[in-house]
Design a protein around this ligand. Structure first.
Ligand code: GLN
Length: 321
């Protein structure tokens, strides 16, 4: 909570973030390890400039070059202050309760927990999503599949299926960008579906099951999208600890060669697609040739690829023949 010095006890919290604030206020503040401790944490108020500078310093060992950005996110999240005010209104007073919440988040981050999990939220395609360690943190790379679908699919009413929905990010963004569309979204993990339920609009219906097993065979879709687990055994062993120790292995590991789920998609999706319906899959940067071959072998036609901003092939599109 912030107080403006010249507007005593003026509280900027509105009902808008009521749920988020309740959740934060319920968190028990714990102290920062001594080498990173706030100098005057017994003060009732501290000014914003000092809180921001200290948060950055505390984050440096774990967030490195991103310390400033992460400090901005934490203070913005707790205090509900637009980022630019961190630089222009350094004299704002931050109350002790908010400082305690900031401390709790800094402590979580110092354990190596990714910022998105510490905050319980992150962004995908400029939209905010609830997140927890039960779901993958949506990656900017995945925006390539969103662009491909928005470009290819007609904007009128469509029913699509999102396989391995995780946080529900893909289905949610597509339904928000195209309000006439609706979706079924499935995932093997019930824990991830609980997060997806918080994120998805009513136009997305959630199902629990392995790949398409929860989808009735008489349902047919205009198109299907999937960002399945696609890391190989070798890639899993080379992961950065911030991923391997925190993100769900089940959502990352695609079998020994990383292609296990593409084989299932290639074999199972034609039966639930409408005539000429397309399947869009995110793929690893080195998987295009193998994916193309296995989809063609399974009888799909019109293989197309889409590249990410770095010029790497990250989406394969195939059509029911
Ligand atoms: N659909 C989610 C994402 O793209 C989750 C993907 C997954 O769990 N493999 O981030």
């Amino acid at each position: 909570m912030i107080f403006y010095p010249d507007e005593a006890l003026f509280c900027r919290h509105t009902g808008e973030y009521g749920e988020k604030k309740q959740r934060n206020q319920g968190e028990k503040a714990s102290s920062i390890p001594t080498e990173h401790s706030y100098e005057s944490s017994s003060d009732m108020f501290q000014n914003l400039g000092a809180v921001f500078a200290r948060a950055q310093k505390i984050l440096e060992p774990v967030a490195l070059d991103l310390a400033q950005r992460e400090a901005e996110c934490i203070i913005e999240h707790v205090c509900n202050i637009p980022r630019k005010k961190l630089y222009t209104q350094k004299e704002l007073l931050i109350d002790k309760n908010s400082i305690n919440i900031i401390d709790t988040l800094l402590n979580k981050r110092l354990t190596g927990m990714p910022l998105a999990y510490a905050l319980g939220e992150g962004y995908f395609y400029s939209q905010q999503f609830y997140l927890s360690p039960e779901v993958l943190i949506p990656r900017p790379d995945t925006e390539t599949i969103i662009e491909a679908i928005l470009e290819q699919e007609p904007s009128q009413k469509q029913l699509f299926l999102d396989i391995c929905t995780g946080s529900g990010n893909i289905a949610t963004v597509l339904c928000r960008e195209r309000p006439t569309w609706s979706a079924f979204a499935c995932d093997i993990s019930m824990a991830s579906l609980k997060i997806a339920k918080k994120n998805c609009p009513f136009s997305v219906r959630l199902f629990c099951g392995d790949m398409i097993t929860a989808i009735h065979h008489s349902t047919t879709f205009d198109f299907i999208v999937s960002n399945p687990p696609y890391l190989s055994k070798a890639e899993m062993t080379a992961l950065d600890p911030s991923v391997s120790q925190w993100e769900p292995q089940q959502a990352l590991f695609g079998g020994d060669d990383g292609l296990a789920y593409y084989r299932i998609l290639a074999q199972s999706c034609q039966q639930i697609l409408k005539k000429n319906g397309r399947l869009y899959c995110e793929i690893g940067y080195n998987q295009f040739e193998s994916c193309r071959d296995l989809f063609v072998k399974a009888g799909w036609s019109d293989v197309c690829l889409y590249k990410d901003l770095g010029g790497r092939t990250r989406v394969v599109q195939v059509q029911k023949s």
